[in-house]
Design a protein around this ligand. Structure first.
Ligand code: PLP
Length: 402
C-alpha cells in the first residue's frame, strides 16, 4: 500500500522531473543510519546497494560527517584558478593507495572516462596524427556522455544518439584472439578501456589470463590501458582497486562513485609521464575537485588505508558468498553466484526486476542488472548482524517468488 505522502511525491516527480529514469521504485528515502535506510514514512530497510556503490561507508559515517562539517565551516569552493590543499591531499592518498602518479579531479564517472579518452588521443597523436582508435568491450558501461557512451558496449545505451564519436572498436570481452587480431590489423590504436568486473553488464569478471596478456600486448605496442574502476574501486572488491587482484598496473585509472562517499566526484590517475599529455589548457572543470568533494575523498581514502577496513570487507564477503551458495542449493531459482569482495551478482533463471520490488516491500534494498542478475553491494563496513538480517529477507523473498 502506497502512503498518501508517497503518492503525492510520485505525482510531483512526474510533474516536475524529466522521466528519463523510467519508473522509480516506490520509495523516497528520507534518512540513513549505518547500513539502514529510512523512507518517507519512517520505515526501515537494510541497504545492500549503497546508492550504486557510492555510500561505501554507509550513512552518517562519523569520520566523513566530521570532515564534511569542518570543511563546510571553512570553504566549499574556490575554483581551479587557485591551489587547493584538499585536492592535493586526496591526490597524494590515491598515489599511495594505487601507484605513484598524478590525479585529475572531475565530477562523475563518465567525466573521468571522458578525460581519459581525451588524454589517450593526445598521447596517440603525439606518435602519429591518425593514432586515435580506442578499443572497448561488449557489455561494458563507461557512462552517458558522448565519448564514454561511444565506448560503451551496449546497444541499448547508444541507440538513438547517433552519430556517435568515431574511432571506437568494440570487441568481445575476454576474447584474446579477437584482441590480437584487431591490434595486428590496426596500427592506429592509442588505448584500450575496460572494466575488470562489468558491473552494469551483469557482474562479469575479466579472466586473469585475458587481462595479463592484454596488458602485456598493450605495453609492447605502446597502447594505453585505461582501467575503469568507477564501480569496482574504493575497496568494493576487497582490494582498494580491483586491478590489484590481477598482475597488472593500469596506465590510466578512472574513479568516481565511492571516492567521496556521496559527494559528486570523479578522478583519473596516471603516471606523471602519461598525465603530461593533457597539457596546460587542454582540459578543465569548474567544480572538478572542489574543496568539499576532496575533503570527503580524503576522509574516505584514509578509512580505506586502515587494515581493519580491508579485513572487514573480506570477512563479510566470505560470509556472504558462503550463505548465498547455501541459498543457491536451497532454492532452484539461482543459477550462479559470482563477484569479488562485496561486488556480488546472483544470476537468476528469470528476470530479476520483480524480485527487487518484492525485496523492497520486505525491507531490503537490492538492485537488478543485465535483466536476470541481482546485484548486491552493501556498505563496506556493514556489521555482520545487518548482513544476516538482509540475507534473511533475501531468502524469504526468493522463496515467496519461486
Ligand atoms: N563506468 C562504470 C564502470 C560505471 O559503472 C559507471 C556508472 O554506473 C560509469 C562509468 C558512469 O559513472 P557516472 O554515472 O558517475 O557518470
Amino acid at each position: 500500500m502506497i502512503s498518501k505522502k508517497l503518492s503525492k511525491i510520485a505525482q510531483d516527480d512526474k510533474q516536475y522531473l524529466f522521466q528519463n529514469y523510467g519508473d522509480r521504485l516506490p520509495v523516497c528515502f528520507a534518512k540513513g543510519d549505518g547500513s539502514y535506510l529510512f523512507d518517507q514514512d519512517g520505515r526501515r530497510y537494510v541497504d545492500f546497494f549503497s546508492g550504486i556503490s557510492v555510500c561505501n561507508f554507509g550513512y552518517l559515517h562519523k569520520p566523513l560527517q566530521r570532515a564534511l562539517h569542518e570543511q563546510i565551516d571553512r570553504i566549499l569552493h574556490s575554483s581551479n584558478w587557485y591551489y587547493n590543499a584538499e585536492q592535493i591531499e586526496a591526490a597524494r592518498l590515491i598515489s599511495e593507495l594505487a601507484f605513484p602518479g598524478k590525479t585529475l579531479f572531475v565530477n562523475s564517472g563518465t567525466e573521468a572516462n571522458e578525460a581519459a579518452i581525451k588524454l589517450a588521443r593526445r598521447y596517440g597523436k603525439s606518435r602519429d596524427k591518425r593514432c586515435s582508435y580506442i578499443i572497448s568491450f561488449e557489455n561494458s558501461f563507461h557512462g552517458r556522455t558522448y565519448g564514454s557512451m561511444s565506448a560503451t558496449g551496449q546497444e541499448k545505451i547508444r541507440k538513438g544518439f547517433e552519430p556517435l564519436v568515431p574511432g571506437f572498436i568494440i570487441l568481445p570481452f575476454n576474447d584474446l584472439s579477437a584482441f590480437k587480431k584487431t591490434i595486428r590489423k590496426n596500427r592506429k590504436i592509442c588505448a584500450v578501456i575496460t572494466e575488470l568486473i562489468q558491473g552494469e553488464g551483469g557482474i562479469q569478471l575479466a579472466d586473469s589470463e585475458f587481462i595479463t596478456e592484454l596488458s602485456n600486448l598493450c605495453r609492447e605496442r605502446e597502447i594505453l590501458l585505461i582501467v575503469d574502476e568507477v564501480q569496482t574501486g574504493i575497496g568494493r572488491t576487497g582490494q582498494t582497486f580491483a586491478y590489484q587482484h590481477y598482475t597488472i598496473t593500469p596506465d590510466i585509472l578512472t574513479l568516481a562513485k565511492g571516492l567521496a562517499g556521496g559527494i559528486p566526484i570523479g578522478a583519473l590517475h596516471a603516471p606523471s609521464e602519461i598525465a603530461a599529455f593533457l597539457e596546460r589548457g587542454s582540459h578543465g572543470s569548474t567544480f572538478g575537485g572542489n574543496h568539499l568533494a576532496c575533503a570527503a575523498a580524503v576522509s574516505v581514502l584514509k578509512e580505506l588505508k586502515k587494515q581493519k577496513t580491508v579485513d572487514h570487507i573480506r570477512r563479510i564477503s566470505e560470509f556472504l558468498f558462503s550463505e548465498l551458495t547455501k541459498l543457491k542449493d536451497e532454492t532452484d531459482s539461482i543459477r550462479e553466484v559470482r563477484g569479488l569482495g562485496l561486488h556480488i551478482g546472483i544470476e537468476l533463471n528469470k528476470p530479476s526486476s520483480a524480485l527487487v520490488v518484492r525485496a523492497l516491500e520486505n525491507g531490503l534494498i537490492i538492485n537488478c542488472t543485465a535483466e536476470t542478475v541481482l546485484r548486491i553491494m552493501p556498505p563496506l563496513n556493514i556489521p555482520l548482524k545487518v548482513v544476516r538480517e538482509g540475507l534473511q529477507i533475501l531468502r524469504k523473498t526468493l522463496i515467496e517468488n519461486r
